[in-house]
Write a protein that binds this ligand. Structure first.
Ligand SMILES: Nc1ncnc2c1ncn2[C@@H]1O[C@H](COP(=O)(O)OP(=O)(O)O)[C@@H](O)[C@H]1O
Ligand SMILES: [Mg+2]
Length: 355
């Protein structure tokens, strides 16, 4: 175990702002090595990773290990700026600079001055915002909207995205010059499904934390639990796993970890999108060694595929019944039995249209 900066950052059993960082010696060891190498320099860092993989926690780790660690860590969500407020967001404004500017406001760079500016979801920046950002990154100077004075800023930039930024550069959705400025030191954070060695440590950590938070007795994570967790594809990565374990702890009421129920209840994922290819349902994963799916599951999925193709329509020449070559009454009966709701597939069709 080595200490980089006393108290704030402990490598080995790593903590970032009193939050534990799991997998630093296993699934994230390559990431951590790169983060350590770059932390000490001023170089901009670009973090790639799916949502919930830990981009922000790594950005904070880099900040803590840098010479800017006594300065602020300022996170901005690049996807959430109104186009007309770009300049004011980036550079700040003087009071009265425009209607609604009732007070002086510091922009991102002034707020992060002497510290780290974390540009989260940088791929969402509009092209005009990219032009302005590039200018500050190049010059290190900002002028508030409606102001005269030029402020020199010293800011360490860490940007993050879940997008394929090089592909966006090719289609000219992202400026090449800005991309090269930001991507001096890229770090790719692997999805949780590619870090099987960390599953147990995450489960132990989140189970203990959940019991603590909810005032329940702590429950041990079993080998079966770990197998179940390892079989799942985690589209929401670490963030999703924390939520699933919270739910499993609550459902188990301090007596057990009710993972199969917790994994079965993912309304936001289940209701809007079919599982990604290769995904294993909780029920299947719950039975180790079982590679044959129950017939009802197969039939349900097949009906859902037809409904998707038919945009939720059951009858008529383009309806699901015709595609499946069954009588619409038969299809409706099957759907009732298997709890398939056609409305899930009617997102783009007018609500009044007859089924
Ligand atoms: N390696 C890790 N150890 C502990 N907690 C983690 C780890 N990676 C992610 N988390 C937690 O998971 C959640 C999502 O992480 P975050 O950094 O916000 O992901 P992203 O920015 O990539 O969407 C946060 O609550 C974070 O603390
Ligand atoms: Mg994030």
């Amino acid at each position: 175990m080595s200490r980089i900066s006393a108290e704030r950052l402990i490598v080995g059993d790593t903590t970032v702002n009193a939050e534990r960082l799991i997998g630093g010696d296993t699934g994230l060891s390559a990431v951590m090595n790169r983060a350590r190498v770059v932390a000490a320099s001023n170089a901009p860092v670009l973090l790639f990773g799916e949502t919930g993989t830990g981009k922000e926690i790594i950005a904070r780790f880099i900040h803590e290990g840098s010479k800017f660690h006594n300065g602020p860590f300022h996170r901005v969500n690049c996807g959430a700026i109104a186009p007309e407020l770009i300049d004011s967001e980036l550079f700040g404004h003087e009071r009265g600079a425009f209607t609604g500017a009732v007070a002086t406001r510091k922009g991102w760079f002034e707020q992060a001055n002497g510290g780290t500016l974390f540009l989260d979801e940088v791929g969402e920046l509009s092209l005009p915002a990219q032009v302005r950002l590039l200018r500050v990154v190049q010059d290190g100077e900002v002028v508030r909207v409606g102001g005269e004075r030029t402020f020199r800023v010293t800011v360490r930039i860490v940007a993050a995205t879940h997008r394929d930024l090089p592909a966006m550069v090719e289609t000219q959705a992202f400026r090449e010059d800005l991309y090269y400025r930001l991507s001096v030191f890229p770090i790719v954070i692997p999805p949780l499904r590619d870090r099987p060695a960390d599953i147990r440590a995450f489960a132990d950590y989140f189970a203990e934390r959940a019991a603590d938070r909810f005032g329940l007795r702590g429950v041990a994570v079993s080998d079966d639990d770990v197998r179940l967790l390892a079989a799942y594809h985690w589209p929401g990565n670490v963030r999703e796993m924390a939520a699933v374990i919270d739910r499993a702890v609550l459902l188990g009421q301090g007596r057990s970890l009710n993972l199969s129920a917790a994994l079965g209840q993912r309304p936001s994922v289940d209701a809007t999108s079919p599982a990604p290819p290769g995904a294993i349902s909780a029920e299947r994963a719950a039975q180790p060694g079982n590679t044959v799916e129950p017939l009802d599951d197969v039939i349900r999925r097949h009906i859902e595929r037809a409904l998707e193709a038919a945009h939720g329509r059951i009858e008529g020449p383009a309806g699901a019944a015709r595609l499946l070559r069954v009588n619409p009454h038969t299809l409706r009966a099957r759907m009732r039995k298997l709890h398939v709701d056609w409305r899930r597939f009617r997102r783009f069709a007018p609500a009044s249209q007859d089924v």
